[in-house]
Design a protein around this ligand. Structure first.
Ligand SMILES: [Cu+2]
Length: 233
């Protein structure tokens, strides 16, 4: 049987390269008990799958809720396995995006694919630096600001790393998704425009189906268009 060398490399390298959301940190207080648990560190590749919302088993609530001040920040931390492992393999270059969805009760919400999500942050390619390069340099930590004007109450926060190393054909981009349960205090009355997840992405979007390698073989295209809406802040 003929198997392409690139396929073999991919199979050999993939399991060690992947990651899951593992810690949620606010004002130096870290927890794992507000994070919806996933069974493994495999990516999602079908942008229409209900698992794109909060990953496999994402409909199962976690036990706790972490409090965050509106206008304050939260750090989510990603690793291949534990803290002594890398964030994600260096080959897995791409953007990092963060969304929120308001829920009645974060510890009982069981249908994340039906929620109304709004994006609060995204970072793609800046010069020759992908968001994933920064995530790796920060030992898996990615910090975002909670908008100061959103309403008080409970939310799911959804962070997403899109690895683009195999994204040259539709279905090749790898979505690493994690959801955590938070409660926002000190907010306002804004109601940001929302999207559905799945639904927000088209597999053919130029930020999802893209060959990131330029003519010199470097993984830094001239420009990169991050998929989904503009962040609300
Ligand atoms: Cu991978």
């Amino acid at each position: 049987m003929l198997v392409k060398a690139s396929t073999l490399l991919y199979l050999a390298g993939s399991a060690a390269a992947h990651c899951t959301l593992q810690y949620s940190i606010v004002n130096g207080q870290e927890t794992t008990s507000n994070i919806r648990r996933v069974p493994n560190n495999n990516p999602i590749q079908n942008v229409q799958s209900s698992t794109l919302a909060c990953n496999v088993n994402g409909e199962n609530p976690a036990g706790s809720i972490q409090q965050v001040q509106a206008g304050g920040s939260i750090t989510l931390e990603w690793h291949h396995e534990g803290r002594n492992t890398q964030a994600i393999d260096a080959s897995h270059k791409g953007p990092i995006l963060t969304y929120l969805a308001k829920v009645g009760s974060a510890t009982s919400e069981r249908n994340p694919a039906n929620l109304d999500w709004f994006k609060i942050a995204h970072t793609g390619l800046e010069g020759e630096n992908w968001a994933v390069d920064t995530l790796r340099a920060n030992n898996g930590k990615w910090t975002v600001q909670i908008p100061s004007s959103i309403a008080n109450g409970e939310y799911l926060i959804r962070q997403e790393i899109i690895a683009l190393h195999s994204a040259y054909a539709p279905g090749g981009a790898q979505f690493y998704v994690g959801c955590a349960q938070i409660s926002v205090t000190g907010g306002g009355s804004a109601s940001p425009p929302t999207v559905k997840i799945p639904g927000v992405y088209d597999a053919n979007h130029p930020g999802i189906t893209i060959s990131i390698y330029n003519s010199k073989g470097d993984p830094y295209p001239e420009s990169y268009e991050i998929p989904g809406p503009e962040p609300f802040q």
